[in-house]
Design a protein around this ligand. Sequence first.
Ligand SMILES: O=c1[nH]cnc2c1ncn2[C@@H]1O[C@H](COP(=O)(O)OP(=O)(O)O)[C@@H](O)[C@H]1O
Ligand SMILES: [Ca+2]
Length: 497
Amino acid sequence: MSAQREMKEKNPWHTPVTIIITVIGVIAIVALVTVAVLQNRPVSQKYKYGIVLDAGSSHTALYIYEWPAEKDNNTGRVEQTHSCKVKGKGISSYASEPWKAGESLTLCMQEAEQKVPKKRHHETPLYLGATAGMRLLNMENSSASDKVFQAVEKALQKSPFSYQGARILSGQEEGAFGWVTVNYLDDRLMQGLETTGALDLGGASTQISFVSDNYDGSESPSNSVAFRLYGNDYNLYTHSFLCYGKDQVLRMALAQQTQSGPRTILDPCFHPGYTEIKNYSVLYDSPCVSDRKPQGAPVSFNHRGNGSFGQCQEIVKSVFNFTSCKYSQCSFNGVFQPLLQGPFGAFSAYYFVMNFLNLTDTSIPLDTVKDKLTRYCATPWDQIKLQHPNVKLNYLEEYCFSGTYILTLLTEGYNFTSESYSNIKFIKKIKGSDAGWTLGYMLNLTNMIPAEAPDSPPLPHAGYVSIVTIIALLLVVLFILSLRPLWPRCSKQPHII
Ligand SMILES: O=c1[nH]cnc2c1ncn2[C@@H]1O[C@H](COP(=O)(O)OP(=O)(O)O)[C@@H](O)[C@H]1O
Ligand SMILES: [Ca+2]
């Protein structure tokens, strides 16, 4: 027998029994690990969708949200994937021809059908929420607002999505859901971090919402919204000022200047050289000013600008009432407001206006901001038009007024100081999703923010797989070692024979 052959015969690894056992063992381990990996792999990307229509006073916008299908309950991973701006004005402007309100939504609804995968259509919830424009129409003419809703419902019921209803949000809901959106997108809720206040400026109303340590909801309970989210309790202060959106405040400022029924006004909130003929009946056609329409006024007036920030601010201040406050402290119009606290995100028209004016940087001292706005307002209208040939004139003419209103609302109305002004961030989007009430509204209606913190698996996926693999390998080694008593017997057998 050669030395080589002897070695081979003595090597226990080379006996058929051991080889078979080892091969079976290895196959078993490979199978175990494969099953563990496959079983625990996140399900290949399947998404769910939700659609919210924001029927604002000035226009309607459609938002599509998306989240991983197996995680809808707890992970804070809902994102906006698409938005569509409905052509034309807000639904409340169709009071005299309601069917057009429904029709106006068609293009965006068709777009949504393209964007959401077909097999998900039937399970995709679709909501419409209307804000201050419809609140005002409902106050003014509730049958007209009902007809607008009927028309809108009819259009939305035709869609392949799971239509969940159209309704007017209360001011508290609008404020609170805006706050939920901002804090959800910033991952502040799940992690229980200090929250960000929300400032929303619309065309017909404006909202302020924040958590303040010295507010427990007992003073002015109508301004309080209590939440339990991811195991944390929040006592949110929120208030919505109807008629204090920028379009309605502009009406109030013009009403203030046309009380005597003049044929011409020289408006400091508009640029020098601006001149437009405006109709009294159009100006006063809103519940925010209708009771102040001057008797015996002519049909129209010549609206001329003289561009003075200081004088404009005086007019804007006159739309706030500071005379009475029955609470420990107030913002304006006798509305309770606790001490401002923490950072704030200011979105919607706050952002559009301040972004246009290049004033989104709140580290610039407030006095410098005012100086810049003073210079902007004093710039002749012709020059403004030349500098911004691509900006729609109906927006362009109002930025001096809107900028003045925003600074006045923040400082005189809400009591931001030159110090706390820097706590404000003017924002449009957070991580790709628009700041606004729509996301918070959908998260609430789909129960996607649990009251209690979700149970998280004790190990991350990779850790779990590694541990299973290591244990399996250990078992193989132990198994092979356990066969040791067989080794000498097997190798001796040929010698016996
Ligand atoms: O590009 C823009 N520049 C200036 N203002 C804008 C722009 N886009 C939207 N806005 C304004 O933002 C406001 C949006 O208000 P919205 O229609 O949401 O009313 P609501 O929230 O009071 O119901 C309106 O005043 C609208 O004119
Ligand atoms: Ca709005």
